[in-house]
Ligand binder design. Sequence first.
Ligand SMILES: Nc1ncnc2c1ncn2[C@@H]1O[C@H](COP(=O)(O)OP(=O)(O)O)[C@@H](O)[C@H]1O
Ligand SMILES: [Mg+2]
Length: 232
Amino acid sequence: MSDLICIDVTKQFQGEGISTLALDSVSITFREGSFVSITGQSGSGKSTLLSLVGTLDVPTSGQILYGDLPIKNMKKDELADFRFDKIGFIFQQFHLIPTLTALENVMAPIFNRKVEYDKKLRAQELLKRVGLLDKLDALPSQLSGGQQQRVAVARALIQEPDWLLADEPTGNLDSETGEVIFELLRELNREKGCGVICVTHDPSIAERADVQIRMKDGAVIEVIDTRVTGHA
Ligand SMILES: Nc1ncnc2c1ncn2[C@@H]1O[C@H](COP(=O)(O)OP(=O)(O)O)[C@@H](O)[C@H]1O
Ligand SMILES: [Mg+2]
């Protein structure tokens, strides 16, 4: 486990004649094992920040460190291995492969990987953990939205990541189902000790995170750390 540290991170997207400053000199530390929410209006840079700390994209300037390891020093292969080992992603649109069963979707990240555990057993255990032991052979189209998202959560956990990065994971779900997914992320954070960074529009979810971050116009404008204030 390690902290994720952003130092003066700027991201500029260059379009035809227009450039967008998606992140404007963001400096923030995500402490290992913490449960963090990120809120802010559409376009404020939330997804961009998540994709940069998830190493899916690179900053225009600034540094991202994993513990004391600068991510930009890693070669392409190293980075892919790093991401595979350390980070699990969960998206609003689930992004399951429609032709694969729930079990196969959970195993998909490790299909072409050498791992030290029994792939199928691990995938079954994870689907059991998210309450879908009776849906191993179901296709995504045969599952509800909430069930599909639980498959996606199980898939994100397959390599026991240090960080779970969730971009509006409840955005496509009704509030009751969203609540189930949120509680699942909370429990996994406590049980497995993985850090969670959860982008959300839902204030009732955001305010229950240990650390609550608000963004505006590409900047972090507020950080509430309930663990710090709780001890004060
Ligand atoms: N790939 C991209 N190319 C050009 N502009 C982008 C790209 N991704 C995001 N942006 C722009 O960067 C800004 C921040 O976007 P984003 O991080 O998606 O915000 P949020 O997730 O908070 O809605 C927006 O103005 C958006 O249009
Ligand atoms: Mg977004």
